[in-house]
Write a protein that binds this ligand. Structure first.
Ligand code: SF4
Ligand code: SF4
Length: 267
């Protein structure tokens, strides 16, 4: 069974994968898996961008997004006569049998299916089944310059899959695995208002929504970061030798948050 493994840390947002998909499928007929993709209006592969935080603590997250080749495909449930799952796990919309089946566009919870008005068929990523059949890589994977996109047998990626996450909408059981999703962060800066200097090495304690704590220290810019956390209510406490401690409680985290400055008064 094949899987895609996508490492978010390695994705630079260059959109090579998106262009590669267009290059492989626009104007090219890969029957029985895919009729030609139109030149515009369809993105079998796209790169979603999300900006986290507030200036100057900002991080951009790029997420390559395509058909998840689900093990429980909602598209197949909506039109079993037109959609099939191959033995290697790739989900294919039959370009002939799917004619007129516009309802497939809304059936996919990932927004991965597009309608070709000219041909009157729904279309999506085929996993480049025509290349996989020849022992080659999907074109988007082949052209990813940073190694963020990988594809292969599930058994080869056992370690990555054990550390990966999926976007499992409604029990779809996707076959696209994501590594190093950033989730949310809390950050801030600690400084001495008398000397007008940042404070390096201050101890910062984060109380998590479940009451457990994480600790870090301010870096040589006086900054602290708690990364890969999720929505919830947090407390932050800051301690530094020779200073009064400071804290902020009841922080309602919905999006990544720059808490801003923490000026510490001398003890
Ligand atoms: S992501 Fe959408 S189109 Fe792809 S297999 Fe799942 S339900 Fe079907
Ligand atoms: S696997 Fe092929 S069809 Fe799917 S997004 Fe990549 S290039 Fe496009």
């Amino acid at each position: 069974m094949k899987v895609f493994v996508i490492d978010i840390d390695k994705c630079s947002g260059c959109h090579n994968c998106q262009i590669a998909c267009k290059d492989e499928h626009c104007g090219n007929d890969w029957m029985p898996y895919a009729a030609p993709q139109p030149n515009s209006g369809q993105f079998w592969m796209r790169v979603k961008q999300k900006d986290h935080g507030q200036v100057p603590k900002v991080r951009v997250e790029y997420t390559p997004w395509m058909c998840m080749h689900c093990d429980n495909p909602a598209c197949e449930a909506a039109a079993p006569e037109a959609v099939s799952k191959r033995d290697d796990g790739l989900v294919i919309i039959d370009p002939v049998k799917s004619k007129g089946k516009r309802e497939l566009v809304d059936a996919c919870p990932y927004g991965a299916i597009f309608y070709n008005e000219e041909l009157d068929i729904p279309q999506k990523c085929t996993g480049c089944a025509h290349l996989v059949d020849q022992g080659e890589l999907p074109h988007c994977v082949d052209l990813c310059a940073t190694g963020a996109l990988r594809f292969g047998d599930e058994s080869e990626f056992a370690d990555e899959i054990a550390n990966a996450e999926t976007f499992d909408f409604g029990g779809a059981a996707p076959r696209v695995y994501y590594l190093n999703r950033p989730h949310l962060f809390i950050g801030g800066e600690v400084w001495d208002p008398v000397d007008d200097e940042i404070i390096e090495g201050a101890k910062v304690t984060l109380t998590m929504p479940d009451g457990t704590t994480r600790e870090t220290e301010t870096d040589d810019f006086g900054d602290f970061w708690f990364r890969r956390i999720d929505e919830g209510t947090y407390d932050v406490r800051i301690e530094a030798a020779g200073y009064q401690s400071a804290e902020r409680t009841g922080i309602e985290l919905r999006e990544s948050l720059n808490l801003g400055d923490f000026p510490l008064n001398r003890a």
